[in-house]
Design a binder for this molecule. Sequence first.
Ligand SMILES: *[C@@H]1O[C@H](CO)[C@@H](O)[C@H](O)[C@H]1NC(C)=O
Ligand SMILES: *[C@@H]1O[C@H](CO)[C@@H](O)[C@H](O)[C@H]1NC(C)=O
Length: 111
Amino acid sequence: MDKSLLLLLGVLPFVLFQGVASDTLCMVCQNFKKGQCLRGKGNCTMEQGPGCRTRDFFIFSEKDGWRLNHTQLDCYDYCSSSNFYFGDLKISTFCCKGRDFCNKYYGKGKE
Ligand SMILES: *[C@@H]1O[C@H](CO)[C@@H](O)[C@H](O)[C@H]1NC(C)=O
Ligand SMILES: *[C@@H]1O[C@H](CO)[C@@H](O)[C@H](O)[C@H]1NC(C)=O
């Protein structure tokens, strides 16, 4: 038998197993500050996609400029990193996957 085919047969079950086992557990939190969840703590699982989401909510004031109000953590199938402005509200979004609770290491809420 061809050597590369043998190699493929050996690797294939491993690849399939990896595919099945790729769920990522994400942290859910309504109000996340300084690495701690103050309110609405939970978790959710993402089976695919960039999944775990971190959102920093900033509020603008004349006096202080943009200041972090709170950070939220959750799961979102269509997560994409972005900055969204809505009047004097700014929402910065971060996405991650592949590491359980990875979304608590992003955004300003971790500081
Ligand atoms: C996920 O949340 C559920 C309740 O919502 C809890 O029972 C479970 O222990 C949590 N899992 C982890 C790994 O934190
Ligand atoms: C600011 O954070 C508080 C919780 O700390 C929340 O109740 C309030 O809705 C937030 N404001 C905005 C505009 O998101």
